[in-house]
Every structure is written in structure tokens, then in C-alpha cells.
Ligand binder design. Structure first.
Ligand code: SF4
Length: 451
């Protein structure tokens, strides 16, 4: 229902198209600076393939190296376990407030709601995340959380919340947010980040960001917790040479993200900054289900650049919130049914025109549109498709394979049956196809009779 509303909301579409158009221009400029893009993509794919095929080697290697420098690794099977572990750290350290930098995995854990329910103050510090938190919304896009808002929308929000003038410029609003957030970093007991990459050979967490807020979240508070899906590991720090520019060019068109941090454990003896304790929570939460699917596991290669979202004609119409999952767009439609249940989320794999644009733009060459088809195949194989639809297709197949059966029913009956089985899925905004007065074979026979 929400998808229908969004698709016909012209204001929503205008804001989204305006922001995606700007993105397209920057990305085209950024990509033109990569000497051999196709080779870079292939290399990115192969490294991820090697990692996913050897996760049982790279994850323990990361763990051992991170522990060597005093870091602590916690393995969490699902949302509840991860929440419980975070709460344990909070209780043990008697923490009252948390500052967070942008992280989709913490959305997966519903961490802000969880903190609120447990009386812990939690503040998003990325500007886009801060804005959606003020609105009580979820991030709209995996890279650009407030992509659905115009600058006028944000000025109005700031006016209502902080009394700033309605004609505040983006620069003035960023300055206001900076002033409001600065003290919060100093006061916070715990900083929470995600991880763009986990580096197995050095036992480090790599976090890329444009605003410096992740740096503040990881240096001021006494405790830093990095939460990452198990698929974030890559073999070596040397691989960042490839993945950092690929992430930034495909994500925003920048040659490199402004701040690229490599964090290798808590503050060491003789160091002047950094947290006293550092934890990495390695989250499964359905990822091993996807890993078990030989044909679809490449969905785990994703580096969350967001390029496939911006390229997708469906995303451009219905936007990010409609997916009702932290990972929206084409890649979200591939992985969510495996992470959260095929039965409940199978519809996402159907919300695609299969145009293949997502596959074309992916920096790690995930065959996204093929994965969507494989998900669809699995829903049919596992009989998760609606009974009426199954019957409809089975009758259609029988009829299509036999001219006699095809001609057996009159035009009126054919139209009636199509309406009965497919009208609901076809939707109220599209006209059902109508069977012609005369079939091709009848016309052919008549024509041959005449001649
Ligand atoms: S699937 Fe590819 S294009 Fe889409 S977000 Fe992931 S890395 Fe980017």
C-alpha cells in the first residue's frame, strides 16, 4: 500500500530524482578518474569471493590479531544476542549515554529503540542520521539517510526543534548541528560505530566518513563498540587500496571519502587518545543462511556503496522507506529474504523490473538481477507463492503448451479467468491486458481460407 502511495506522490519523486540526478553527475565524474574500472571491479569481486569462501579462516584471523592489541571480540548470532551484549557493556561500565556514527547494522539491531527502552540516551551524530532521528524516522538510504528531504524540509525541522530561521542555509544548519553535538561527544560514555571493513591481517576496523563524527565517537568516549556483520572482513589492509576508492566513487563520486579511519584496538601505553576499551561485535543474524546458498551467497560481497539503489527504477519511484528493512533497493531485496525470512520478505525479490542496471553499476560485480530471479525460483520451489497465483500459472502453462486448450475457451472466459487469478497482483493502477476478439491462429486460418 505504501509503495502505491509513494509511487503517485509527485513531490516525493521530485525530491528523490533531484538528489539522485546530482549523485549521477558526481559519480560519472568520479568513475572517469579510475584508470581501468572493469579490472578494478573484477578484482573487487575476486577478493570478496575468496573471503566468503574462506570466512572460517579470515574471521578467526581477524579475531586473533584484534585481541593481540587488547581488543575484545564478541560473536552474536542474532539481534537479541547482540543487544544483550551491548547492554552488558553499558551496565558493567555504568554508562548513561551513547554517541553513534552512521551504521546500517545498528539499524538492523534497532539499537536506538532498544536504548530508549533501557533508559540509555543515544544520539546519532552523522548529520543525515541526526535529521532522521529528530524526525523519528528510519534512514531512507544506506549512504544518504535523509535523501527524501529537501533543504526546505530540514530548515522547517530545525525551526521547529531549535527555533532557527526558516531561511537558514545548509551551511548554517550544519553549523547549528555541529554546535549542538559537540558537547555530546565529550559527555558520552560510549561511542558506537559500524565498520566498512574488518582487516584480517592487522586485526583492525576500517570506518569511512565525511564529517569527522566517527572520529569523535571513537576518541572521546572511554569505550568504543564497533558492530559489524561477519561479511565485512577482508583479507588485508592492502585491499583498502582498492576498496576505499571503489566505495567512495560509487557511493558519492568522491575520489576518496574525507576521513578514512583504521582502528586497531584500544589506546596503547604511551598513546594520548583513543578509548580505554574497544569491542567488536561480529553479527551473524541470518548471514550464514545466505552463505549456505551457493548460488546467492555473492549477495554478501556488497560493500554498501548504494549505487544499485540510485540506479534502480523501482527505488526511484517508491523510495527507501517502503522496503521496510534497513537494506533497501536491489541489494536489500536480494539479502533481506535470507536474513529475515523468505516467507515474509519474498515480495521484495518480485519488486524489480529485472532491467539489470543494478548489476551494471555494482563495484564488486554482484549479479543482483540474477540473484533476484534465484530468490523467486526458491519461493516457487518451496511453495511459498500464493495458491491462487500458483494455480493461475499452472493453468496458463497448460493452455500455452496446447493450441487446442488455448482455443477451447471463448475470449470472454479467458478475460474472466485472467481477472480472477491475476487482478490482485496486477494492481488497481494498471489495466489488465485484454484478450483480442480473434486469436492469431483464427486470423491465420481465415486469411489462408481467403487466399
Ligand atoms: S550491491 Fe553493489 S551496487 Fe549495491 S550497494 Fe552493494 S556494492 Fe553497492
Amino acid at each position: 500500500m505504501e509503495a502505491e502511495e509513494k509511487a503517485f506522490d509527485t513531490r516525493h519523486r521530485a525530491i528523490l530524482n533531484y538528489n539522485i540526478d546530482k549523485y549521477d553527475v558526481s559519480v560519472a565524474r568520479g568513475l572517469s578518474r579510475i584508470a581501468n574500472l572493469e579490472n578494478a571491479k573484477k578484482k573487487g569481486h575476486v577478493i570478496k569471493w575468496r573471503t566468503m569462501e574462506n570466512l572460517d579462516k579470515f574471521l578467526p584471523e581477524f579475531e586473533a590479531n584484534f585481541q593481540k592489541r587488547g581488543g575484545k571480540v564478541i560473536w552474536a548470532n542474532d539481534v537479541e544476542e547482540a543487544q544483550r551484549e551491548v547492554l552488558n557493556i553499558i551496565k558493567r561500565s555504568n554508562a548513561k549515554s551513547v554517541v553513534k556514527s552512521k551504521s546500517m547494522v545498528t539499524e538492523e539491531l534497532h539499537l536506538n529503540e532498544f536504548f530508549e527502552a533501557n533508559g540509555v540516551e543515544s544520539l546519532e551524530t552523522d548529520l543525515g542520521e541526526y535529521i532522521v532521528q529528530l524526525l523519528g524516522q528510519k534512514p531512507y538510504h544506506i549512504v544518504t539517510p535523509a535523501m527524501h528531504l529537501s533543504k526546505e524540509d530540514i530548515a522547517k525541522l530545525f525551526h521547529e526543534k531549535f527555533g532557527t530561521p526558516l531561511d537558514y542555509t545548509p551551511q548554517q544548519m550544519a553549523q547549528k548541528a555541529r554546535e549542538l553535538l559537540r558537547d555530546k561527544y565529550r559527555e558520552a560514555d560510549i561511542g558506537i560505530t559500524g565498520a566498512n571493513f574488518l582487516l584480517a591481517d592487522t586485526g583492525s576496523v576500517a570506518v569511512s566518513e565525511n564529517e569527522g563524527n566517527a572520529r569523535l565517537c571513537t576518541t572521546f568516549p572511554k569505550i568504543h563498540i564497533a558492530i559489524a556483520g561477519i561479511e565485512k572482513v577482508i583479507p588485508s589492509i592492502m585491499d583498502l587500496d582498492l576498496y576505499w576508492p571503489m566505495l567512495s566513487t560509487h557511493g558519492t563520486g568522491q575520489n576518496l571519502t574525507v576521513y578514512n579511519n583504521i582502528l586497531s584496538g584500544p589506546r596503547q601505553a604511551g598513546e594520548t587518545d583513543g578509548p580505554e576499551e574497544m569491542y567488536v561485535i561480529l553479527l551473524d543474524n541470518g548471514r550464514t543462511n545466505l552463505l549456505a546458498q551457493k548460488e546467492q551467497r555473492e549477495g554478501l560481497y556488497c560493500i554498501r556503496c548504494g549505487a544499485c539503489l540510485n540506479a534502480c527504477p523501482i527505488y526511484k519511484n517508491i523510495g527507501g522507506h517502503t522496503y521496510n528493512t534497513p537494506y533497501s533497493g536491489p541489494i536489500g531485496s536480494v539479502i533481506t529474504p535470507h536474513l529475515r525470512g523468505m516467507k515474509e520478505f519474498k515480495h521484495l525479490s518480485n519488486s524489480s523490473s529485472l532491467c539489470g542496471k543494478c548489476t551494471e553499476v555494482c563495484p564488486v560485480k554482484i549479479e543482483i538481477h540474477k540473484m533476484l530471479l534465484l530468490n523467486r525460483r526458491d519461493t516457487v520451489k518451496d511453495k511459498l507463492v500464493d495458491k491462487k497465483e500458483r494455480w493461475g500459472w499452472s493453468i496458463w502453462k497448460k493452455a500455452m503448451l496446447s493450441r487446442g486448450k488455448m482455443d477451447f475457451l471463448s475470449r470472454g472466459w479467458k478475460n474472466k479467468l485472467m481477472n480472477m487469478f491475476f487482478k490482485k497482483t496486477w494492481g488497481k493502477y494498471r489495466d489488465m491486458p485484454v484478450v483480442a476478439d480473434k486469436s492469431f491462429s483464427t486470423m491465420w486460418k481465415e486469411k489462408n481460407k481467403e487466399s
